[in-house]
Design a protein around this ligand. Structure first.
Ligand code: IMP
Length: 192
């Protein structure tokens, strides 16, 4: 079976991606590929960061590979935190710090529209391709969680649902989420 190195060591992402690409490709993590070190993520777009991460792997292995990058884009904040979603409240901040900063930034704001967007960059025999997934919704005024999920999940409610991402079973979230849709687009391409 075709092998693809996924530029991550995040267990949850690997599990989700392996399930979606099951039977199509063998997904290999950075650690499994023997790659160590911090991958730079210094671009100012999701696409740029996904490319940078995939290129880092390609340059070291010349093996087909892919990388993803995700951002929460809030309309009333001009698309912020976007590419800076992981470190919105500072370099070593927690998920809770980020949510606190977001809720403060939106205090009194009636436009709560936001989306999560994931870009996947695939490098196949040196050729670059992009796949995207997006989910629209709104930022809640307080946390709603029953312990599911991570990141901004407790304050993001996707359209057509009455619960936050952090109140949904993981399989339901994955079936409508930004990352789920981006991986599905990659799977469709690999199937074709
Ligand atoms: P990454 O590019 O997948 O590492 O995502 C960057 C940041 O976006 C993460 O650190 C989280 O804060 C946020 N994020 C990404 N995906 C999700 C999600 O599914 N739910 C909530 N937050 C997310």
């Amino acid at each position: 079976m075709k092998r693809l190195i996924f530029a991550t060591n995040n267990k949850h992402k690997v599990e989700e991606v392996r399930a979606a690409l099951d039977g199509l490709v063998e997904v290999v993590t950075l650690a499994e590929a023997g790659l160590q070190g911090e991958i730079p993520e210094t671009a100012d777009t999701l696409q740029g960061n996904a490319l940078q991460k995939a290129q880092w792997v390609w340059e070291r292995t010349h093996t087909d590979c892919f990388a993803d990058d995700t951002g929460l884009e809030v309309e009333a904040l001009g698309g912020a935190p976007g590419v800076y979603s992981a470190r919105y409240a500072g370099e070593h901040c927690s998920f809770d710090d980020n949510i606190d900063k977001l809720l403060s930034a939106l205090e009194g704001e009636t436009n709560r529209r936001a989306d999560f967007r994931t870009v996947i960059c695939l490098i196949e025999r040196g050729e670059v391709k992009y796949f995207e997934g997006r989910v629209d919704g709104q930022i809640l005024t307080e946390r709603h969680s029953n312990g599911e999920g991570f990141g901004y999940d407790p304050v993001f409610m996707p359209d057509r649902f009455a619960v936050s991402f952090a109140e949904m079973p993981l399989d339901v979230k994955n079936s409508i989420s930004h990352r789920g849709l981006a991986v599905k687009a990659l799977a469709e391409y690999l199937k074709a």
